[in-house]
Design a protein. Structure first.
Length: 232
């Protein structure tokens, strides 16, 4: 996630920045933050890769409302969070499509709440998809749909929330592609850690299914699961 902070007072922007950095550390997530000293500086250097804008309202030269009106002519959809010490300014912010507002003095709790909401929104629109080659053509699956993937001979079976999908490929290839949220429990199954509800001595529970876990992979699997739950 990339956030722009538009604030003319250095002490205020430093405070917001410190809270964002604290959120990064506590949630093991990378957030790039760019600080702009006023609205003109922000507009002159604006580019479309920002995922959210934290905008002070009371600024010299061009206040937050005026800056936001110009921003909306460039980008009508980027989430905009107003920072202000007056509620009426925050309410007026909805005329330019403000997503939320934070009242001064800024607290870590409010920054944390807003960023979590933003992350859910970003995740919703940028969720990774997988194009699988089936016998009849192609099918697009969201990774969050997949409970686990099973190898059967030379074919893969994707167990999803809408049913099973047979496709071509190897477990080794998709293990690299899917990343840390999918982990092998044995040589035939790649598990989405999101859906693991129990791990016993010899099997794991994924959704409604029980799958054998090999003793050789059990320790690695448990460590990956604990890391994953810690991120959540």
């Amino acid at each position: 996630m990339k956030i722009a902070i538009v604030e003319d007072k250095r002490t205020e922007s430093d405070l917001v920045l410190s809270y964002i950095q604290r959120f990064e550390q506590e949630n093991n997530i990378k957030i790039e933050s760019v600080v702009f000293g006023d609205g003109l500086d922000f507009l002159e250097n604006y580019n479309s890769d920002f995922d959210a804008i934290f905008m002070d309202i009371e600024m010299p030269h061009l206040n937050g409302m005026q800056t936001s009106e110009r921003l909306r002519k460039i980008n009508a959809n980027v989430p905009l969070i107003f920072i202000t010490n007056m509620k009426q300014f925050a309410i007026n912010g909805y005329s330019v499509g403000a997503t939320d507002f934070i009242l001064k003095p800024v607290t870590y709790y409010r920054i944390e709440t807003v960023i979590k909401k933003l992350l859910r929104s970003v995740e919703k629109f940028t969720e990774q998809e997988k194009v699988v080659h089936t016998g009849g053509g192609l099918k697009i699956l969201k990774l969050s749909q997949i409970y686990y993937v099973e190898i059967r001979g030379h074919e893969l079976l994707y167990h999803t929330d809408t049913g099973d999908v047979e496709a071509y490929g190897t477990l080794k290839e998709i293990e690299k592609e899917f990343g840390d949220s999918f982990v092998k429990c044995n040589n035939c199954y790649l598990i989405n850690l999101k859906y693991v509800t129990a791990v016993d001595k010899s099997e794991i529970t994924v959704g409604q299914d029980k799958i054998e876990i090999s003793q050789r992979k059990r320790k690695i699997f448990l460590n990956k699961l604990l890391e994953y739950r810690g991120r959540g």
